[in-house]
Design a protein around this ligand. Sequence first.
Ligand code: ME8
Length: 504
Amino acid sequence: MSPNFEKSFYVTTPIYYVNDVPHIGHAYTTVAADIIARYKRLEGYEVFFLTGTDEHGQKVEKAAQERGVDPKTHCDQMVVRFQSLWKRLNISNNDFIRTTEIRHKKVVQKILQDLYDRGEIYQENYDGWYCIPCERFWTEKDLEEGKCPDCLRSVNEISEKNYFFRMSHYQSWLIEYIETNERFIFPPSRKNEILGFLRGSLEDLCISRPKKRLRWGIEIPFDPDYVTYVWFDALINYVTGIGYGSEKNPFSQFWPEAIHLIGKDILTTHTVYWPTMLKGIGLTPPKMVFAHGWWTIEGKKMSKSLQNVVEPNRLIDTYGVDAVRYFLVREVPFGMDGDFSHSAMVHRINSDLANDLGNLFSRALSMVVKYFDGLIPTPSQLQEVDRGLQEVSEKALLQLSKQMNDLAFHKALGSIWEIVSAGNKYIDETAPWALAKAEKDRPRLGTVLYQTLESLRLTALLLAAFMPSTSEKMWVQLGMEEPLWEQNLKESGKWGGLKPGRKV
Ligand code: ME8
């Protein structure tokens, strides 16, 4: 890997718990990360995209017990579900990290030892409450009517000796860091939420569990009677994945150029625990933590007990991979909550994909086949209407770059669809089927079809990150022999890349 520090980009998803099978929420974050990774590659960045699984802790141990298998066997069986789903969804991750891997254990233990040696970790009696579904500690005053304030489920009382990380030391540093680094927590509403949380006093973080109660974790290097608290272990995956602490590694190339995509449920761990842990070992926080919203299903919270869990594999069977990818990021602004329904999905597919894009593409191609034996015609003198289509495309390309930088996927797709709409309008206005009637209009017919196909070439290019296999098919059908994934938006995004004479 050649270091090119200006052009490095690192994106991560949460590492998902293997207590259960993947659902639409997991697919959502992973698809979003894949879209930004693919887009940045087309922009010429060297991209590292990491996803993986969170395999320790009480929740996973309990799930294994319920299935009557040991935790490692359970993880080995469940991880395949995630990996095969990501394959089906065309996820282009560079690596997949499992927290039970040796490389990860080594880094967690190194960081723990490092913090311990610096006096950042101490032992004390712990009295408090623990929520297993959230794998979170709470103090008495955090509880809401005796329940977990996050998920409102029951909590277990705990009283035992544990190890603590001096997180409280970093409170004022963290507030200042968040305030001066505008894009650290995104969108801004989430930043305000965390600043509000930090107005109260920040406690130290309990980072261990005695082995006599929980065995399934990474052993604390300076006390073999304890394992590491699962969140402390899990967050570290983001630096393990790029080789922190090992000699030949891309770590210095990609850190702190990181964007962590997460759901709003895990905002505190990522914007309070994680930056303070990094500060403790002398590392800079990641460039951005982007918290997206929550999907409900036909108006209801998704849950096993309601039996309304949406399985991505079923969606793909019904609608196809690219339609699922498209729907997830088109339907709801990234950052807001959204509701999933099959009727909304069908509506999106019919109107945007089949009507607008599909029709335009097949109409344009079939006219080239019919009137030019399938060979892309050479454009001649341009008229104002032709230049209009070109201008819409150029404007969309400019907008897209900013929208993608803000992870405003629905707006970016809106920009791409401006080209598609302009293409549909153009074909109606120029009426190529009428031009085909007279031999004298042939040059004009060639120009019109060239312009239409060129707008579709750009559409395919810009849509590549969102709908990789559809875009690739379009690209090839447009006679583009240069592989789509080797394109650079700056060059290939210029109007006129379509090659006259090539066969569609
Ligand atoms: O929290 N809507 O793992 P997890 C949108 N292991 N996104 C959703 C969703 C929904 N209804 N449900 C889940 C963990 N997600 C930890 C993370 S990271 C160091 C450790 C997505 O399996 C969303 O990205 O519970 C959320 O943050 C993540 O799944 C939680 O996955």
